[in-house]
Write a protein that binds this ligand. Structure first.
Ligand SMILES: *Cc1c(COP(=O)(O)O)cnc(C)c1O
Length: 818
């Protein structure tokens, strides 16, 4: 804890306060919606490209926060008991405070950077070393200019080892992070091929990344990339270089790798002694990441036998939480890959974000964290549980029995020695309209609890990666001129992704407007708790009362519609759609006089926006026509505003238009397919991420004799002995029959398996002859990363929009957050 006066001195901040109000600071806060320990939090009002933390000062104050770091002091009368620290740059102040905090502790620190693998190497080092050291590490992939200071702020006296990752996107950033992390051991994972926007060349990117290691005592890296090797030698630090089969003189020379069905044997030489380990992985990236860890363990002097034993038990790092529909209106948050204080805190935050009035239950395994005594550790856990207003706690494992003495009686408590014991008891416990966070270390296998509690439905599922969706939103927003608003398209259940969760996320990310096709879709959003303005593209004549009640804003596209509407039904304003050449819905240009007359005679009609829709914004062949549409639209807009006497929002661009026609961004853009990961025109400066993955499961595997046929109509035949898999997805789920008969291949264990014969209603058969490692229960990817939806769409002679929205409602939507 730091007193506010101490922080003022560390930051050398000015203050308008003559005298500080008493405040001891324990938590750093960047988002006014994540307040838990209000009085002990210091709010940093960070200015982003689209939001300014200063806008949320009073929200934070009302929630009880009393200490703020700002670049501009607000009207003090509204903050009678607040402390303001005035600085020039709020992010720098955050970094300065973290760097100061770091300096107070003499712990050993490992700093990790590189293009890929940072988080895996960090998590694996934790898995390998936690029995030996009291470890603090970055939560998930907190590696940015803001994530690193927040990670380092968690260091406490009992910690012996810190493991922090650093990621940068432009020149000038790594110096800041190096200063905060102050690493003694460095790990450089690898250098990716691409050079990002923020760097002039790959060489510059490398030089910048290596700044993390300017002061390390030892730098661990792979010797086999000549560019990296040379640049690291130039640093002049002591190194531990490893090589895979190329450089016998490397400090750790791995001369033998032997891959089996699901594990890999490695043999190497370190300080002239032979070393041997086995890994439960076979892919190149995992092997490379594991060797980095191996080098660390050797350097730290762990015994060979112990290293081998621990490496064999490495667990995959699945850094994501799943949101599942539960029985009885429950929502299950499956967060079962690790359990430590910082990830528990994130899980609880997520629970708050998704509870929407439901009770909060927590299923928690023992916490893996050595260093502090159980008593002290669980006291902290108990405090978190209370602060997040959890109403029921189910503890698993002997150590969680202490909650009985640590938690107040109002919090309902249950305790089980093992996961199996809870599984057995589950049918006797009642869960009703609650959000259940299931949080545990991997070895407790709490995913079995999540499965038991979630609604049993058909096995095909559509995974919606919310983190990728957020990334894509930001990618487009970075292309907007300052002040341009964002409307997001949530029509057709958010392009198939599911409107509620998508809209909640987008509202949380503070988009300006939502847009749906029908009034019912808007009502559904209101019922899901969305309060942002909602535009309705196709308002049905009978739905005006509903729209008034639900604060929905209809689009008006004809005089007939205007004449049939009663004004009272439109207290929230309307949007005028202008047909500039698409010829779908909208006022025709030759109807403009009639529209203008109506507006003249009805000054009480509140026009929120005037927009048009482009017919071919993605296609250069039609650019002349697009410019013509814009010209017609601008002319219509000018005539309308001349009559109205005010300027409603003007907007024209859909996803593809945003990057291809920045000159027409006007007041707002309407972002649709781009959010869901498709950039048809390929003009966005950074790649979009895959949001939707359609997956099924292998239900059965068969061996088919030569000559036998497969499926309806006997359209596929085995020419020799064949291995087939039956998967749980058919045309009723949205996998069209045109994908059958070998036209399309699905992804299984990183390989491709052609669809055999006809796609059935609920199932399909695939060829697994060349994938002997495939087993029943394996996940099959219909589209997602590989194959991509574009590939499937092409084979079906359609576009991704149609594939997404064609996935049937019975397919379970699963939401992921990384
Ligand atoms: C669907 C729609 C959009 C979004 O289009 P995308 O190509 O998905 O970005 C924008 N405006 C209107 C009027 C739409 O109907």
């Amino acid at each position: 804890m730091y007193s506010i006066q101490a922080i003022q001195q560390i930051l050398q901040a000015k203050s308008p306060n003559l005298q500080f109000y008493e405040a001891q600071i324990e938590h750093l806060l960047l988002d006014s919606r994540q307040i838990i320990f209000a009085e002990r939090s210091l709010f940093f009002a960070i200015k982003g490209t689209h939001h300014d933390g200063h806008q949320f000062l009073s929200a934070a104050y009302q929630a009880g926060v009393r200490s703020f770091v700002v670049t501009k002091v607000p009207e003090l009368s509204q903050f009678p008991e607040a402390n303001f620290l005035l600085v020039e740059n709020v992010v720098q102040a955050l970094q300065q405070l973290a760097a100061h905090h770091r300096q107070q502790f003499p712990l050993q620190v490992i700093g990790i950077t590189g293009s890929n693998g940072k988080t895996t190497v960090k998590e694996w080092l934790f898995q390998l070393l936690y029995p030996h050291y009291a470890i603090i590490r970055s939560p998930r992939s907190f590696n940015s200019q803001i994530g690193v200071p927040l990670s380092v702020w968690g260091i406490q006296a009992q910690h012996e080892l810190g493991i922090f990752e650093a990621g940068i996107s432009r020149k000038g950033e790594m110096g800041n992070l190096a200063n905060i992390i102050q690493a003694k051991i460095g790990i450089f994972t690898m250098l990716g091929e691409a050079h990002n926007e923020g760097f002039s060349s790959k060489a510059e990117k490398l030089r910048e990344k290596l700044l993390l290691f300017a002061e390390v005592d030892l730098l661990i890296y792979r010797r086999d990339d000549a560019t990296v090797h040379r640049a690291i030698k130039d640093l002049g630090r002591k190194t531990l270089a490893w090589s895979l089969d190329q450089h016998p003189n490397a400090d750790l020379y791995v001369f033998k790798t032997e891959t089996f069905l699901n594990h890999t044997h490695l043999e190497g030489r370190y300080q002239s002694s032979e070393q041997r380990i086995a890994l439960p992985f076979t892919d190149h990236a995992s092997i490379e990441n594991a060797i980095h860890c191996w080098a660390v363990l050797l350097h730290l002097g762990l015994k060979s036998e112990e290293i081998a034993e621990r490496m064999a038990q490495l667990e995959p790092v699945a850094m994501r939480m799943e949101l599942l529909d539960g029985r009885n209106n429950c929502l299950i948050i499956n967060d079962t890959y690790n359990a430590d204080l910082s990830s528990l805190r994130l899980g609880l935050q997520w629970m708050r974000q998704h509870e929407h009035g439901r009770n909060r239950s927590l299923v928690l395994s023992e916490i893996l964290q050595s260093g502090s005594s159980d008593e002290k550790l669980y006291r902290k856990v108990a405090q978190l549980i209370q602060e997040h207003q959890v109403s029921r706690v189910i503890g698993i494992g002997p150590a969680t029995a202490v909650f009985a003495t640590l938690l107040p009686r109002e919090i309902h408590q249950l305790h089980f020695e093992t996961t199996e014991a809870l599984l057995e008891a589950l049918p006797h416990l009642s869960f009703q309209s609650e959000v259940i966070l299931i949080k545990g270390a991997r070895q407790y296998h709490l995913e079995t609890i999540a499965q038991a509690l979630s609604r049993q439905v058909h096995q095909a599922r559509l995974e919606v990666n919310l983190s990728a969706l957020a990334h894509n939103l930001r990618a487009y927003q970075r292309c907007l001129k300052p002040g341009v608003k964002t409307m997001v398209m949530i029509k057709a259940t958010a392009y198939g992704a599911g409107s509620r969760e998508v809209a909640r996320l987008l509202e949380y990310l503070r988009v300006d407007y939502c847009c749906v096709a029908y009034a019912d879709e808007g009502t559904e959003l209101r019922q899901a708790g969305i309060s942002a303005p909602i535009m309705v593209l196709n308002p049905e004549a009978g739905a005006f009362e509903q729209m008034r009640l639900q604060r929905l804003e209809p689009v008006v596209y004809s005089l007939e519609q205007l004449n049939n509407m009663s004004q009272e039904a439109l207290p929230h304003g309307v949007h005028l759609s202008i047909d500039s050449g698409m010829h779908r819905l909208g006022f025709d240009l030759h109807e403009m006089e009639g529209l203008l007359d109506y507006l003249r005679t009805h000054p009480e009609l509140h026009v929120k926006s005037v927009y048009t829709h482009l017919a071919a914004s993605e296609d250069p062949a039609h650019d002349a026509f697009t410019h013509e549409q814009a010209r017609r639209f601008n002319q219509a807009y000018a005539r309308i505003t001349a009559v109205l006497g005010y300027h409603p929002l003007q907007h024209a661009l859909n996803s593809n238009g945003i990057t291809r026609f920045p000159q027409y961004q006007q007041d707002m853009v309407r972002l649709g397919i781009g959010l869901y990961g498709i950039d048809v025109s390929n003009t966005l400066p950074e790649p979009l991420q895959v949001v939707l993955s359609f997956k099924a499961t292998i239900s059965q595997i068969k061996t088919i004799a030569a000559g036998e046929t497969i499926g309806y109509g006997r359209r596929a035949q085995a020419h020799s002995l064949m291995r087939t898999g039956t998967i749980s997805v058919g045309y009723a789920d949205g996998l069209r029959r045109a994908a059958g008969n070998g036209a399309f291949s699905v992804g299984v264990r990183g390989k491709r398996a052609p669809i055999l014969g006809s796609v059935c209603m609920d199932m399909s058969m695939i060829d697994l002859t060349h994938i002997p490692e495939a087993q029943t229960g394996d996940t099959v990817e219909i589209f997602g990363h590989d194959p991509s939806v574009q590939e499937l769409a092409k084979i079906l002679a359609t576009i991704p929009y149609e594939v997404f929205t064609g996935i049937s409602q019975r397919v379970k939507r699963v939401y992921l957050q990384e």
